[in-house]
Design a protein around this ligand. Sequence first.
Ligand code: ADP
Ligand code: MG
Length: 682
Amino acid sequence: MIPLDTEVKYVKGVGEKKAGFLAKLGIFSLRDLLRHFPREYEDRRTVKRLIDILPGESACVEGAVVSTPQLSRIRRGLDIVRCRISDGSATCEVSFFNQSWQRSRLVPGEEYVFYGKFGGDLLRRELTNPVFEPAGEARQTGKIVPVYPMTAGLRRSDLTKLIETALAAAEGQFPEPLPASVRERFGLVDAESAYRSIHFPENDEALADARRRFVFEELFLLSLGLRRAREGYSGTPPHVEPRDTAEFTRVLPFPLTHAQERAISEIKHDLCFGTRPMNRLVQGDVGSGKTVVAAAAAWLACKSGHQTAFMAPTELLAAQHFRSLAPLLSRFSIGTELLTGSLTAAQKREAQARIASGEAQLVIGTHALISGGVEFRDLGLVITDEQHRFGVRQRAALAAKGSEAHILVMSATPIPRTLSLIIYGDLDLSVIDELPPGRTPIKTSVISANRREELYASIRRLIGEGRQAYIVCSRVEDGDEPDDGRKAVEEYAKTLREEVFPDLRVEYVHGRMKQKQKDEVMERFAAGEVDILVATTVIEVGIDVPNAALMVVENAENFGLSQLHQLRGRVGRGQYESYCVLVRGGGGDAAKERLGVMRDTNDGFRIAESDLKLRGPGDFFGSRQHGLPALRVADLDADAETMTLASEAAAELFRKDPALASPDCTETLAAVRALFREQAMN
Ligand code: ADP
Ligand code: MG
């Protein structure tokens, strides 16, 4: 028997090169092949009559070749094989591009079954690059065929074959993390038939059963893992004195909103009176004032002699938090330290020494703070800002260090209700559902690229009034890493400087710049020494410059709605009337409709829900923003019921057997561990 953890490169016919392509798909072992689920399926079961087929439809037809296939060379590197087929009801032109060998496979007068997507129009059907085989063979047609997520360089037929190989190798050792009792109770098919049917379903029913089982399995393991992570801590949490937080909030330049007050008191309750470490998510739309809530928590922890790690997703944001929090906390003799990649080796050593000695009480940085080699004297509280994560990962990292620190996660990304119910379940949630008073809603417009002159005139007017503007451009070339819009940004800034606004101060930031340069530009922008900041999405989260009153996003159709909402949240943070202009470079009506949502609402929750509807949960999870293992099969809307059952089943099992020690659970335990080990690493 070949173990399922065998690396794919040792599988016959794979080799280093193919293994490289498979690695791009996250496939390293036979087990990964098994779990490389189809993205969709092609139903090649029913043969239709040509006359009944509409352009755009995918279907099988059975017909005879009625003209001798001709090969023509269009130009170097492009040739076409063409022939005509007929099934008695109508005819259809069939073409193959750069598949000259097909000419000899098609014999005039012989019958074949073709499958493909039909083009042309009602009266002139066309079929391009179809799959075909002699009638009656039924190897490639007559069944449901999987379509896998692919990568360039790998052939679909090769991948399909490899998956067949993996299924054969798994005979007698299919991974079965669901205890038999659970499977029986919820009527779930066993692992073997589920794996076979998810890849090569015999019929719709078998496919539905397989999907249901995997959706269940996914949520069941996730839910068990989250419970273990939360309950796995014994001992006592770091002790925090219940001080009067008014002592802290008194020094703020503004009164808190009720929602902020409420969040702070919930946090205080967790920190001071809980029997377990706090595990709380503070969710509030952009600009709702989450930072001071975090600061109050840090104040409480530090006043009781514990250290606080405050982690931001980018160094820019870490630096900004440092600038605003250090002076605030110094009024209470709390020492704040900024630890980022731009420090020199010597500075870093000194900072680390201050952290190790406890002199640095509030430590601000990126998440390298707890995953890296930083030693704290007494870490009592870990705050993660804008990471949209549940803290699962921090839990894992902290557990690895033997720490039981309190955890506070701040997020502007609302999680759709279905999901929060199922996954948060046991995570405490504070919602800041109120913006500080005096904010005027941001006016959003969507314009097409040919109105750019007008836009430039408005920018000029606004800057004339003393405001500042951001212009975000997305990457232009394919293949760029996200956030790496170096070329786009530098070129656009150059054009603006030289041709459009020679009299204004235009600067740029992007992800490829050195941290020091980025900080320097941001500081000058914050100080009002720059009029227009051209940027990539490095400025997406958290940046707070109240005098900036205009956000322009070029090629807005390339962004997700939640991301646009985050970008828009960079303005409207002061007392000035603020604007957001989304420039549509293409994308047609779909883009128009999608961007229209932005114009119609400022409510981040509604935007997230629209985003989810329009782009699907695949993206939602795919972005990994939530720090959860990606859901491969579950669809939030369609599978809500199965997901709920799975999470209840997990809760019940956890109550009965929290250690997952019964023999029925051996594989369950291993699977939960594997899932979260994976998670802690990436
Ligand atoms: P976010 O929730 O997006 O992180 P911030 O914490 O950055 O929001 O706050 C946005 C802006 O609002 C900051 O300039 C902050 O100083 C200000 N702010 C926060 N709370 C209040 C309040 N209660 N009243 C007035 N301004 C506030
Ligand atoms: Mg923030």
